[in-house]
Design a binder for this molecule. Structure first.
Ligand code: HPA
Length: 269
């Protein structure tokens, strides 16, 4: 099934052999402008890619080049809080695998659980806590992609983390590193939940990313995860989190993030 989708995507977008795919999170769409020789395919033509219903999420696959390297961009992710079956996310990631994608970059907007990580920060994800209660691998397992019981020890590929840290240092872009915790949403957290998540050892909270990373680890893709911190979690500051704030702050931080990603793709693509 996914193989047919991969063949259709390849044919329609005229893709040769991109090795890197990137999923763009809320407010991080400036990256699309950096892509050259763009070709676009709307999700509505792809049964494996459920359509996003969230404001600010576009719902299209874009193929093109960055710094001369072919990439595939998933512009507008779907979230479980939209009512999507988590399995759909694994199917979409498996289609990317069929297309020959070896490395997945996942970006998101997230709330900070850590006073030292201020809004506007770029946080490299070094691990996650799946607090969503969902898993994209539930259901029959296709051994072609990976084992029934999938190890998650190095889900965020250590060598890609090291690579992006080196690039950030060279380019003088401030970054920090931490653990991302996924909630199902769509309501934001209570102050008591935020205090609990911080005690769990998480540094940031958001409503995405974990299903894609679980599916990518399952099919042996390398993963680089990056959060743009858009706000302090509820109760950590006087603000009340909102989707509008998420979009605005993510947008402001996206110039640095775009540059970092472009340099990474130049070296890794
Ligand atoms: N909580 C959950 N998801 C988020 C937040 C938050 O505070 N900010 C951006 N996405």
């Amino acid at each position: 099934m996914s193989n047919e989708v991969a063949a259709f995507i390849k044919d329609y977008l005229g893709i040769k052999s991109p090795k890197i795919a990137i999923i763009l999170g809320s407010g991080l769409y400036d990256f699309v402008d950096k892509i050259q020789n763009k070709k676009v395919l709307k999700y509505k033509y792809l049964p494996e890619f459920p359509e996003s219903t969230v404001e600010g999420h576009n719902g299209e696959l874009i193929c093109g080049t960055i710094e001369g390297k072919e990439i595939l961009c998933i512009n507008g992710r779907v979230h479980l809080y939209e009512g999507n079956n988590p399995r759909k996310i694994a199917d979409a990631i498996n289609s990317l695998k069929d297309l020959g994608i070896e490395k997945l970059i996942v970006t998101n907007a997230a709330g900070s659980l850590n006073k030292k990580i201020a809004p506007g920060s770029i946080m490299l994800i070094n691990d996650h806590i799946n607090f969503s209660g969902k898993n994209p691998l539930i259901g029959p397992n296709d051994e072609h992609y990976g084992p029934r019981f999938s190890a998650m020890n190095d889900a965020y590929t250590p060598k890609l983390l090291e690579k992006i840290k080196k690039i950030a240092k060279k380019e003088k872009i401030d970054i920090c590193e931490g653990v991302y915790l996924m909630v199902l949403g769509p309501s934001f957290e209570t102050p008591a939940e935020i205090r609990m998540f911080a005690k769990f050892g998480a540094d940031a909270v958001g409503m995405s990313t974990v299903p894609e990373v679980i599916a990518a680890a399952h099919c042996s893709m390398e993963v680089l995860g990056i959060s743009v911190i858009t706000n302090y979690g509820a109760g950590l500051a006087t603000n009340t989190p909102s989707h509008q704030e998420t979009l605005e702050v993510a947008n402001k931080s996206s110039a640095n993030l775009c540059h970092l990603l472009m340099m990474f793709i130049k070296e890794e693509g």
